[in-house]
Design a protein around this ligand. Structure first.
Ligand code: FAD
Ligand code: NA7
Length: 554
């Protein structure tokens, strides 16, 4: 059957393919705000396609027990609407999955977004037609639509990674991936459960399952430096405080390095006496959150000696909390520097290993050989399970792009262009892919920030360039190859001036076999990045080439 026969073209009355000014792919934080800006503020016609059967992105998919934001609720949200900021009531410092999803569903209703969002629809291809200068977008439901702009709000962490372990399909028990969790929930009471993976997600889910399961086995490939979450209920007084201080709070997070309400201490670690360091570390550890990572001495992520002091300090805390020294040893990282891998926040994780019903298996010591019908066989023997939970992360940042056939000029696939690593200008566009914008894409600050802050910056910048084009009658924009080459080099230089690229992380693509190993997010910080994007715009969109088009306002 030909493509044409398969298509269920969205046609207007005269049999033409339905045309939009913009197609937005994804309905998480990014897609929702994009639709609001483009449709409600710029007046563009827009259609959002979302693969999930509901909106919310990350918070729609990741419904596993313990799923929770690691960013404080009062900044893990949009800031563009004062009424929304003042009216929404967060209940906890770190909101759980359901609360964030409720928030996003509220936003969609408040700004009347749902009528232009088509859920249950995965975009499978997008092809730029050089004659019409429009994108033809196809979906897995057989639809074909045409759009002048595409905004890829695909999510940096939306392509789940299920490792290719031999025998995976033979397991006869229940099998779950944390990022594709059943909506009806899972009852682990009285079951023998295996959790594979000990990243931020594995740590959250294992802690919850340990309280319910008859027995839990945690399969760990690499130990992490997890530090306390420090969650609490928000009372009226505190709520009043942050609502009264929103201007200052957002002023900080929009312009600092991480987009979180933490700033590094303006001092090198070696300048602080041992007692002062101890006080600094202890205070941050006990308060919970990312303080030890993001509000520590300014050189801990760039200077090996400084880092080794804080790394060792966290190792000591792990040893204190785990009763069995051999288990504590296995839980203690030695292969990477603290903070160069996403730091997991935990709420009683280390203590689960003091329970009789919890065991830790180090798969570097005893590798997994296969999944059997009844469990997992390692080189040390077989473990039997009723349920297996894969907390094995994501094909981060480029994964969701590689799943779509995106063809730009000359019909070239984006994934072929990116075969040796992504190439973008500002993490926002790629040369030869005109009018295709990426949100929190590779080489933008993305996962190294509080993401709603980065998302708002991107969406606002993108809507401004589209406004600029419409005012000027410009139909097409794309970055120049020179600007792109410079940004790719700059982004790698910045990363390599830190300790980050030395660690085997998903930031480097190391978790996915065969993935090119280049540092994916931009490490220059959201504040400086925002300034750069603003300067580019103020200089007439330096590094971008525009062309006018007859259909510019179509
Ligand atoms: P997403 O929320 O991932 O939404 C993208 C959507 O695009 C998805 O719904 C997906 O189905 C859809 N999509 C992708 N490809 C297609 C396609 N081809 N066709 C149709 N639809 C498609 N960030 C923080 O800043 N702080 C945190 O504490 C934090 N905690 C996290 C915890 C977990 C468990 C995870 C997984 C991520 C966390 N993040 C956190 C990152 C989080 O992804 C972002 O904060 C934010 O939710 C991203 O929003 P988004 O809209 O960019 O992407
Ligand atoms: P991560 O951080 O990628 O963690 C995945 C975990 O799974 C990590 O411990 C991996 O070990 C492990 N893993 C991956 N593949 C395997 C195989 N084949 N065998 C054994 N163990 C494996 O993903 P998360 O979901 O925890 O966190 C990602 C982000 O999303 C984070 O920002 C959260 O906020 C949400 P490794 O360390 O690679 O050796």
């Amino acid at each position: 059957m030909s493509d044409t026969q398969q298509d269920r073209r969205q046609e207007d009355g005269e049999g033409r393919v339905e045309e939009f000014d913009a197609v937005v792919v994804g309905a998480g934080f990014a897609g929702l705000y994009t639709l609001h800006k483009l449709r409600n503020e710029l007046g563009l016609s827009a259609r959002v396609f979302e693969a999930g059967s509901g909106i919310g992105g990350t918070w729609y998919w990741n419904r596993y027990p313990g799923a929770r934001s690691d960013t404080s609720s009062w900044i893990y949200c949009y800031s563009f609407d004062e009424g929304l900021l003042q009216e929404w009531q967060w209940s906890e410092r770190y909101p759980g999955q359901r609360e964030v999803l409720n928030y996003l569903e509220h936003v969609a209703e408040r700004f009347d977004l749902n009528r232009d969002i088509q859920t249950g629809t995965r975009v499978t291809s997008a092809t730029f037609d050089e004659t019409t200068e429009r994108w033809e977008v196809r979906t897995d439901t057989g639809e074909v639509v045409s759009a002048r702009f595409i905004v890829a709000a695909l999510g940096a962490l939306s392509a789940a990674n299920l490792p290719d372990v031999p025998g995976l399909e033979n397991f006869t028990g229940e099998r779950y991936h944390t990022a594709e969790w059943p909506h009806e929930g899972v009852d682990f009471t009285g079951k023998r459960v295996g959790v594979i993976g000990t990243g931020a997600t594995g740590i959250q889910v294992a802690t919850e399952i340990a309280a319910l399961a008859d027995h839990l086995t945690v399969f760990q490939r690499t130990p992490n430096y997890a530090i306390p979450l420090g969650n609490y209920q928000i009372d009226e007084e505190f709520r009043r405080w942050y609502k009264e201080n929103y201007d200052e709070i957002w002023g900080q997070v929009r312009h600092n390095f991480s987009g979180h309400d933490y700033d590094p201490i303006e001092k090198q670690l070696q300048e602080a006496a041992p007692e002062e360091r101890e006080r600094t570390f202890r205070e941050r550890y006990e308060r919970g959150g990312f303080g030890l990572w993001l509000a520590n001495y300014e050189d801990i992520l760039v200077d090996r000696d400084a880092n080794s002091v804080v790394s060792e300090w966290v190792r000591e805390r792990i040893a204190e909390r785990v009763d069995d020294p051999a288990t504590a040893g296995r839980l203690t990282p030695s292969d990477h520097a603290f903070g160069t891998k996403r730091v997991p926040l935990e709420d009683g994780y280390y203590e689960i290993f003091n329970q009789d019903n919890v065991a830790l298996v180090d798969v570097k010591e005893t590798p997994v050989e296969e999944i059997t019908p009844t469990g997992v066989r390692t080189s040390a023997g077989e473990y039997e399970f009723d349920a297996l939970v894969f907390a094995t992360g994501f094909d981060a940042m480029t994964g969701p792009y590689n799943k779509i056939d995106i063809r730009g000029r000359g019909g070239r696939l984006l994934r072929d262009k990116w075969a040796n690593g992504p190439r973008t200008y500002l993490g926002l566009m790629s040369a030869d892919y005109p009018n295709l914008f990426t949100i929190t894409g590779p080489q933008s600050p993305s996962v190294l920030t509080n993401m709603p802050v980065a998302i708002e910056q991107h969406v606002e910048w993108i809507s401004e360039i589209i406004r600029h084009m419409r005012v000027g009658g410009l139909g097409v924009v794309e970055p120049t190859r020179e600007a792109e080459d410079e940004w790719v080099d700059h982004s790698q230089e910045v990363a390599h001036s830190t300790l980050f690229p030395e660690s085997a992380t998903w930031y480097m693509g190391v978790n996915i076999p065969g993935k090119p190993q280049v540092f994916l997010p931009y490490l220059g910080g959201i504040g400086p990045y925002r300034q750069k994007c603003d300067e580019v715009a103020a200089n007439g969109y330096e590094g971008f080439a525009f062309a006018s088009s007859e259909g510019a306002n179509a």
